[in-house]
Design a protein around this ligand. Structure first.
Ligand code: ME8
Length: 513
């Protein structure tokens, strides 16, 4: 069976989950569900990043141990993910034994490959960004006078320590060649171009150990050093698939690392170079999505305006959020979250289009034929056009999700829903019901219900709970969307004549503006 391995970033435990974290995880979940539906042996990984100075400091301010802070935030994620129907197969914690082993084994592997050496470091460090800056970089960014981080504009600290370096510079040419030969490796294209110009600008060896704090994985054989948090964090993608018990894990490489644009360099430069040094295959694709603001403002801890999952789930079903987040903004672009936009999108596409098509179709079926699908007559051009559109949708959605174009996939499904509503108007079952032509009436009703079934199947990765309700009305039994497979479901004509549907019950009631 074909495999599929998708990951999210592992989230820091010095912050509570917010809109940004749920966005990436929902996107990964939709892909995982879509791949399972397509019959692939899918592995979906998410988790938390527990180590590092940032977490240690956050714990100190609260006067607790870092692990206690981590445990609190892990509990939040563990209760949040089921509420959002996240279907991850593994949740990784970097404080776990399995991960310690993996990080230490990775370190030794890099060391044995001659890619790690000991040296001395003198530079400027931004604690919140966990990034080192040279004097030249600060000067270039006009941050030298104020000693500010070029990214976040907060203060940088001077650091001088004995450190181990990773020979990043040695992989510059190989990485560039790889990126050029593999056009799908980094997406979207604008991010790929960014990475190319960064690498072309020259890679410096990377400091990969710290002696200034202790909350992390000790460097094997030199325990006063702690492994740099990014080496630690990135290795999680291998830990979860059985490294180092399996030296070259069977599930590796990942098919997709889904990340936000903030952590592109770590994933598209440092990580591939580490893997090259370790002689492990590179992930097949890295997709960096854009940034959400909320009602026009950047979410920030200092402003305290981060949108928390509870603020959203108090007002909207998880599935409606899932739909909105992936429909509203082209994946890859930045976007602004507003409750008004959510309501508009919900009313127009979910209540008016999908909800309406389901309700009116099942209501007419009930009224004209006791909810039973009658004998289908000869197909007309309009029927064939609807079938062709449904079949085209199935192919297109698959192709669009292969390249993470969620908004286009939803738009494509939405276009079939609109087609279905037009088909109702054009074929006017209420008028047919007044004639003797029951064959035509049955044919129209059949095409509507069968289209709805196939639309629901395609929507199920996006809205698993709502679609389970929709399908149970159509199939007249409980439907577990997790076990649906396209090989069983996707063919036109699976609903049998004589099948009885349920009476409609609205799943997307209209909201007042
Ligand atoms: O960076 N809009 O963890 P993190 C969209 N531990 N996505 C957002 C967002 C926003 N406003 N804010 C956060 C780390 N995200 C490291 C990762 S991976 C080996 C280590 C999402 O808790 C987005 O996916 O800061 C971003 O990449 C991630 O949260 C950063 O999470």
């Amino acid at each position: 069976m074909q495999q599929y391995y998708v990951t999210t970033p592992i989230y820091y435990v010095n912050d509570e989950p917010h809109l940004g974290h749920i966005y990436t995880t929902i996107a990964a979940d939709v892909l995982a569900r879509h791949q399972r539906l397509s019959g692939k042996d899918t592995f979906f990984l998410t988790g938390v990043d527990e180590h590092g100075q940032k977490v240690q400091q956050a714990a100190e301010t609260r006067d607790i141990e870092p692990i206690a802070l981590a445990n609190q935030v892990v509990a939040r994620y563990e209760s949040l993910w089921p509420e959002l129907s996240i279907s991850h197969d593994d949740f990784i914690r970097t404080s776990s034994d399995r991960h310690h082993k993996a990080v230490q084994a990775m370190w030794r592997r890099l060391e044995n490959a001659g890619a790690i050496y000991k040296g001395f470091y003198e530079d400027w460090y931004c604690v919140p960004c966990e990034t080192y800056w040279t004097e030249t970089q600060l000067k270039d960014a006009e941050c030298w006078e104020a000693h500010q981080c070029p990214d976040c504009k907060r203060d940088v600290e001077k650091v001088q320590e004995e450190t181990y370096f990773f020979r990043l510079s040695a992989y510059q040419d190989r990485l560039l060649a790889y990126i050029k030969e593999n056009p799908d490796f980094i997406a979207p294209e604008s991010r790929r171009n960014e990475v190319v110009s960064f690498v072309e600008g020259g890679l410096r060896d990377l400091s990969v150990s710290r002696t200034t704090f202790s909350w992390g994985v000790p460097v094997p054989g030199d325990e006063k050093h702690v492994v740099y948090v990014w080496i630690d964090a990135l290795t999680n993608y291998l830990t979860a698939v059985g490294y180092p018990e399996q030296e070259n894990p069977e599930r590796w490489p990942a098919d997709l690392h889904l990340i936000g644009k903030d952590i592109l360099r770590f994933h598209a430069v440092y990580w591939p170079c580490m893997l090259m040094a370790a002689e492990l295959p590179l992930p097949k694709r890295i997709f960096a999505h854009g940034w959400w603001t909320v009602e026009g403002e950047k979410m920030s801890k200092s402003k305290g305006n981060a949108l928390r999952p509870a603020d959203l789930l108090n007002q909207y079903d998880a599935d409606v959020l899932r739909y909105f987040l992936l429909r509203e903004v082209p994946f890859g672009a930045d976007g602004d979250f507003s409750f008004d936009a959510l309501k508009v999108r919900y009313n127009s596409e979910l209540a008016n289009d999908v909800g309406n098509l389901l309700n009116r179709s099942l209501a007419m079926l009930k009224k004209y034929n006791g909810s039973v699908l009658g004998e289908v007559g000869e197909e007309q051009a309009a029927d064939r056009a609807l079938i062709a559109d449904v079949e085209g949708m199935q192919r297109d959605v698959d192709e669009l999700l292969e390249r993470q174009a969620f908004h286009l996939a939803l738009e494509r499904i939405s276009s079939v829903v609109k087609h279905g509503n037009r088909y109702v108007e054009d074929n006017a079952p209420w008028a047919l019901a007044k004639t003797e032509d029951t064959a035509r009436l049955n044919t129209v009703l059949y095409h509507l219900v069968e289209s709805l079934r196939l639309i629901a199947v395609q929507l199920s990765p996006f809205m698993p709970e709502k679609i389970a309700l929709m399908l149970s009305q159509i199939m007249n039994k409980d439907v577990d969307v997790n076990t649906l497979r396209l090989s069983d479901e996707a063919g036109w004509g699976q609903l049998q004549v004589g099948h009885q549907c349920q009476a409609p019950s609205p799943i997307f009631p209209r909201l007042d503006q």
